[in-house]
Design a protein around this ligand. Sequence first.
Ligand code: FAD
Ligand code: NAD
Length: 454
Amino acid sequence: MAQDTDVVVIGMGVGGEHVAERLAGAGLDVVGVEAELVGGECPYWACIPSKMMIRAGNLLAEARRLPGMAGQAQVAPDFAPVAARIRDEATDDWNDQVAVERFTGKGGRFVRGCARLAGPGRVEADGQVFIARRGVVLATGSRPQIPPVSGLDQVPYWTNRDAMAAKEPPASLLVLGGGAVGLELAQVFARFGTAVTVIEAMERLLPAEEPEVGALLSDVLGAEGITVRTGARVIGVRHAEDTFQLTLDGGEEVTGQHLLVATGRRPNLAGLGLESVGLDPDARALDVDGQLRAAAGLWGVGDLTGHGFFTHVAVYQAEIAVRSVLGEPGPDADYRALSRVTFTDPEVGSVGLAEHAARERGLRVRTGTAQVPSSARGWIHKAGNEGLIKLVEDAERGVLVGATSAGPAGGEVLYGLAVAVQAQVPVDRLRHMIYAYPTFHRAVEDALAALRHG
Ligand SMILES: Cc1cc2nc3c(=O)[nH]c(=O)nc-3n(C[C@H](O)[C@H](O)[C@H](O)COP(=O)(O)OP(=O)(O)OC[C@H]3O[C@@H](n4cnc5c(N)ncnc54)[C@H](O)[C@@H]3O)c2cc1C
Ligand SMILES: NC(=O)c1ccc[n+]([C@@H]2O[C@H](COP(=O)([O-])OP(=O)(O)OC[C@H]3O[C@@H](n4cnc5c(N)ncnc54)[C@H](O)[C@@H]3O)[C@@H](O)[C@H]2O)c1
């Protein structure tokens, strides 16, 4: 028999969990359905374990920077504490009991299973049927996008999930894709002694970001001993005797003990029953309006909306969806000042539009760039000081529409630039601010001084 409830949340990753807990906390009867682990990708296989790995890799890199700066250190990398932290502190050995109890403790009803829509306000899960009076929130996230490379579907490649569960670094690793996942993990494993080759199809690393950043990362990763192949297409994959062999389009072969496929993600819409509510199940992403509504009584938050695969986007959208479900007024989602940080060393932070994206929108653009090593703090910092600040100004309006901050703490330096883009602070005002000496963010002042038409 069908059970009545106020709201059903399908998918209890960061987005869905936030919605479900907030609505249950507001006194609604909420059913939360999760096929795998409550918390989703971020705590178990993505943001948190990868950042624990990166913290460890950065410690090794800092120790290796001692010569010429502060003495000598014997560095003997050991991945065991990293794997243990991921198992014990990050993921509770991939057990979500605490998260489930946090939700049920707020009065939520939890169902473990794969849910699907069976008409407006109607959800089937784990052999049960729920009728949602207020509506349904879809938050099913995304999964790795596997490219159609000949032989790839026949071999035991890694995705981010296998990498996060690794107990030791592989002897060698081929990384397909020079985006955020590929580069963060390439650098970590290399710092633990893995021989890493990154193969990126586009002409540069992090191709969606400023080209200066792709060049910077190629140099830094190359100097750390990582082989970086850009503009490289893999046309075939084979696996035999614990070795992966990739054939590049020029005929060259590259080999490695493991292969990490990190070529992007795609929203999980298949099998959700979208056709039962008149929506296209084959769409690339769930189309939502500014209040995160996909249809009457149907909301969507997180990766499946295609507005950027980031935890901060999922949680931002979740707050708006909560207000919308509760019928409370509030502003529409606004992605103009969306920040993203790739946690390589140097960290690459960016907000808003890269120069090429601003030009594609027809803006009259001025850009200004400053090199971190040439700034006072960068010069003082010395070892590991690589980085740059690049600003993108809409010259008509005299405001920044985008900025990049790469360097030590580049993701933190980004914050001031994100405020400037979000609040549309006039560039002239930014020029007449006082920037503390000698901070990394003082390079912003140099970049402002360099703003000129390209
Ligand atoms: C390696 C890696 C590192 C990352 N690092 C960062 C980072 O540093 N910072 C950052 O902001 N972002 C990072 N991300 C992205 C971040 O993990 C995602 O953006 C975030 O997890 C999205 O949350 P979500 O709730 O939309 O989806 P998910 O976390 O994917 O959760 C969706 C949930 O829905 C469940 N589900 C799916 N279908 C159904 C169904 N039919 N019924 C029931 N349940 C279902 C799934 O099991 C899953 O638990 C990283 C991603 C990766 C891969
Ligand atoms: N620090 C963070 O916030 C963080 C970290 C990791 C992941 N993420 C999120 O997860 C998402 C997925 O990360 P990702 O790195 O998998 O995707 P991505 O889209 O960032 O990068 C994928 C890369 O693979 C390349 N590529 C695609 N097909 C290829 C092929 N056949 N051969 C070689 N290269 C190919 C693309 O050109 C691109 O550079 C990101 O979009 C990001 O939003 C965020």
